[in-house]
Write a protein that binds this ligand. Structure first.
Ligand SMILES: N[C@@H](CCC[C@H](N)C(=O)O)C(=O)O
Length: 301
């Protein structure tokens, strides 16, 4: 190993992690001392000139952040989540699982139950403990109850349009069932949707195709990040919409229902319980750590 360089000892620390290839720059900042402007977030997430990610997980003590102070008694840590375009989102399902993995790695929490504050409320995350029969890699989050606002929504790509199910998982989703995932096109641009008034803050759009019994595949165009390899809240929204379509709504049948959801970046398993709570399980890993070059965070305008 060569001598320690300035770059290794100066600048703000970061880690990189992902959940089913929905990837994040993690910025540990317990006292909320790092000025994380929208511009800085876009620089960090830039895949060529920055570190590269779908979003940023700013790790702050709840007591130190104005958006989370009211949750500090329930959850010590706040996931201040940002999309790659710098916008703030209420919730990120894969993000909260990766966030918990980071807390475990940093020694802020042990495997088992961890409460995490988010703008969508406190989420309880379970990190599988090592041991016989345990899937150590899996992190499960209790996502709360979906809301399905009655609204007739249409999603359009090119010449094709589909009716979409409006599902709120803390953040907004439009779920369209399609015959072929390729019909979503390149997703370089956001799909058109309407009426626009249904989603005044924009929407995440999921395209879903059947793969078998209680087994679907999806692609997603995320608000604020474009097409991503996975979206946890999106997979939950898809499972909830599929259960209604399949006559398997647990509130009606009294039985939990589990869907396997394949995404380009991996597989998530979603269970909706009769009390309406949705749980999501999948892998969450940290893959790198380092220091952020100061110029990525500096104010420029
Ligand atoms: N990838 C996330 C969702 C991130 C937020 C979303 N883009 C939004 O703006 O609502 C997930 O795993 O849920």
């Amino acid at each position: 190993m060569g001598p320690v360089t300035t770059a290794q000892t100066s600048g703000v620390a970061f880690l990189k992690g992902h959940g089913t290839e929905n990837d994040f720059v993690i910025v540990p900042d317990p006292d909320n001392a790092v000025e994380l402007s929208a511009e800085a977030v876009t620089r960090l997430c830039d895949r060529r000139a920055g570190i590269g990610a779908d979003g940023v997980l700013h790790v702050v003590r709840s007591a130190a952040h104005p958006d989370a102070r009211h949750m500090a008694d329930e959850a010590e840590w706040f996931m201040d989540y940002r999309n790659s375009d710098g916008s703030v989102a209420e919730m990120c399902g894969n993000g909260v699982r990766v966030f918990a993995r980071y807390l475990q790695r940093a020694g802020h929490a042990e495997a088992g139950e961890i409460a995490v504050a988010t703008r969508g409320g406190v989420k309880n995350v379970h990190i599988a403990k090592p041991g016989p029969g345990s899937d150590e890699g899996q992190v499960t989050v209790s996502m709360g109850r979906p809301v399905l606002p009655a609204a007739s929504v249409t999603v359009t790509v090119g010449a094709r349009s589909w009716p979409a199910v409006n599902v709120d998982m803390g953040n907004p989703h439009a779920v369209a069932f399609v015959d072929d995932l390729d019909h979503a096109g390149t997703l370089y641009e956001a799909p058109a949707y309407g009426p626009a008034a249904v989603y005044p803050r924009g929407v995440n759009v999921e395209f879903v195709a059947d793969r078998g019994e209680r087994h679907v595949a999806m692609r997603v165009h995320e608000r604020g990040s474009g097409e991503t390899r996975s979206c946890g809240t999106g997979a939950c929204a898809v499972a909830v919409a599929a259960a209604r379509r399949d006559g398997a709504d647990p509130a009606v049948t009294g039985a939990p229902v589990t869907y396997t959801v394949d995404l380009p970046g991996g597989t998530l398993v979603i269970t909706e319980r009769p009390d309406g709570v949705v749980e999501m399980s999948g892998p969450a890993v940290i893959v790198a750590e380092g220091r952020i070059a100061p110029e990525l965070l500096e104010p420029r305008s």
